[in-house]
Design a protein around this ligand. Structure first.
Ligand code: KG4
Ligand code: ZN
Length: 342
């Protein structure tokens, strides 16, 4: 089965062709340069740029895969969560293509794309935990089966990527800030500044980063320019990584699932990779081209669904689209999920 996937949920225009577990093409038109002067994604600009690039990106995806729309079995498109204007461009493009070609069209939850992306390149066994950490999301999902997910943990405020980006903005480092903070942090002392690690009393698995942001603001107000930017980056990054690793470990322990995959732009973080790989159990990081927003993960999620006969013809776009119900599981294993050894 060969699926064309279209992804425009935020600021990346992407289209890809996936056949089985083979990514035949994965084209990405990034908007980073467009949004950089504003220090964050401007929704109206993002939608307009998607509109300008989508046709060419889809055409290149088909060309790169040496295929034509006639040889595509289905078209998949992200319908949420994300920026509504951006999502609408992708869905309209996919609808137009489906109408012209007579191919079936399937609406995909962006988070499902991220959660299943590790299956594209690894033999990770289901059930597993998927930690999605990007500019838009910070959550941990239990993947019980294709189409059967539970939200195990989520952020109460900012995402991990937002924390990196806002921190970098306060330090005047540019956008997107995660990669810059990561680079500077490698030359700094992560114990130099004691930034807080937030805990949500009512929910030990919940994530929270807004206090950290405030704490950096306070630190900068008190110290003016009298500090080492490398040390601040290293300490700030360590605070984010500590929280992510602690929640991943707690989720593995709570659910008795010793397999975790990390996806989303923040999974590029070198310290996060190092610390996650120290955990007991199987830790998978998909290649970066499948970690950041991409059409291949959307095509792949659709393909897995179609193989099981669980398509989805709901194409209503939605800025908030949860992936499965919130955690309401007993401490032990999920539905005979079985813990992996180690
Ligand atoms: O998944 P993504 O490309 O787009 C969405 O937000 O959906 O993720 C982008 C986020 C940004 O917040 C960026 O700062 C962060 O990923 N990021 C990093 C690194 N590379 C990208 N954060 C920490 N360390 C990195 N090396
Ligand atoms: Zn994403």
């Amino acid at each position: 089965m060969r699926v064309l996937g279209i992804e425009t949920s935020c600021d990346d225009t992407s289209a890809a062709v996936v056949e089985g577990r083979r990514v035949l093409s994965n084209i990405l038109a990034s908007q980073d340069v467009l949004h950089a002067p504003y220090g964050g994604v401007v929704p109206e600009l993002a939608a307009r740029r998607h509109l300008e690039t989508i046709s060419d990106v889809v055409r290149r995806a088909l060309l790169d895969a040496s295929t034509t729309i006639a040889d595509i079995d289905a078209i998949a498109v992200t319908r949420g969560p994300g920026l509504v204007g951006s999502l609408l461009v992708g869905v309209a493009a996919a609808q137009g293509l489906a109408l012209r070609s007579g191919r079936p069209l399937i609406g995909i939850n962006h988070l499902e794309g991220h959660a299943l992306s590790p299956l594209l390149h690894s033999d990770l066994e289901i059930p597993f935990l998927a930690m999605v950490v990007s500019g838009g999301h910070s959550a941990i999902y239990l993947v019980r089966d294709i189409g059967d997910y539970v939200e195990v943990a989520a952020t109460r405020d900012d995402s991990a990527g937002e924390a990196f980006d806002k921190g970098a903005k306060m330090l005047g480092l540019g956008y997107p800030g995660g990669r810059i903070v990561d680079e500077l942090a490698s030359k700094g002392d992560r114990r130099a500044v004691a930034f807080p690690r937030a805990r949500v009393k009512a929910d030990p698995l919940a994530l929270s980063f807004s206090g950290l942001k405030t704490s950096l603001w306070d630190f900068l107000s008190r110290h003016g320019r009298e500090f080492s930017v490398e040390d601040v980056c290293a300490s700030f990054q360590e605070a984010i990584v500590d929280v992510l690793v602690a929640r991943a470990e707690a989720a593995m322990e709570t659910l008795g699932v010793a397999r975790v995959a990390v996806a989303g732009g923040v999974s590029a973080n070198s310290r996060l990779r190092q610390r996650m790989n120290e955990l007991t159990g199987q830790v998978v990081f998909p290649p970066m081209s499948l970690c950041t927003d991409n059409g291949a993960m959307i095509a792949h999620a659709a393909l897995l669904r179609l193989q099981r006969g669980i398509g989805n013809d709901d194409l209503t776009v939605s800025s908030r689209l949860p992936l499965g119900p919130r955690r309401d599981l007993p401490r032990a294993k999920a539905r005979g999920a079985g813990a992996a050894a180690g």
